[in-house]
Design a protein around this ligand. Sequence first.
Ligand code: ADP
Ligand code: MG
Length: 254
Amino acid sequence: MEATVATSQASANASVRPNFAAEDGKAAVLIAMRDLWKTYDMGAEKVHALHGVTFDVHRGEYVAITGPSGSGKSTLMNLIGCLDTPSQGQYWLNGKNVSEMDDDELARIRNQEVGFVFQTFNLLARATALHNVELPLIYGGIPGAKRHEMAKQALGAVDLTDRMMHRPNELSGGQRQRVAIARALVNHPSILLADEPTGALDTATSYDIMNLFEKLHEGGNTIIVVTHEHDIAARAHRIISIRDGLIEKDEKIR
Ligand code: ADP
Ligand code: MG
């Protein structure tokens, strides 16, 4: 549903640095969102895709962001992944204020801090699994031998060592998504960010991928999965439900 409000917004951009320190056994805050707005200017009207979203994610958490179509999930995912900047409000990632960064800094953060997984895998069709996984390392300027080693290790972590030299069209949907997950993790990012990662997979394969996410979470990765599917969201340890650009519910389920 579209939330179209024509009133002017109260300015809430005062920069108050959240407390990121780990306190009595609690993991440090990795993501701090403070009164986040995203407004799309559609000429005569403004679409407030997000209007005042506030939450923290601690290092090592496994969070699902869920909600109906049009609720603002992809908008929020684009902000978390530094693919877009908020219209108002603060976003702190790993102690740094992302909302004040320029395009170069955002590009660097995207490459170093965030591993993306998409519904449609987004692999290079003509490249082998190994080469696909090496790509972020090429952009990151890592030399050949080291790159190779890191990519092999990432493919091993998703149980694809025996398919390294296959191209995407020689792999099943689930295997393709595992290549994409290896690519997302090869840089050891702070967050693994997945938008509808099982949307193009059959049920059994979806569960395989969710089992892999569980294993990656147990291995210490911070995971955020955006999904409109309840049974996929239920595999996370916390569910943030959004509706009409606002957090409706934020619950720990394990
Ligand atoms: P979801 O991923 O939950 O389906 P989105 O974040 O894609 O929701 O969209 C939230 C709202 O923002 C919707 O009303 C949508 O129409 C609007 N919206 C999303 N992207 C744009 C855009 N680039 N320009 C204008 N409106 C947009
Ligand atoms: Mg979406």
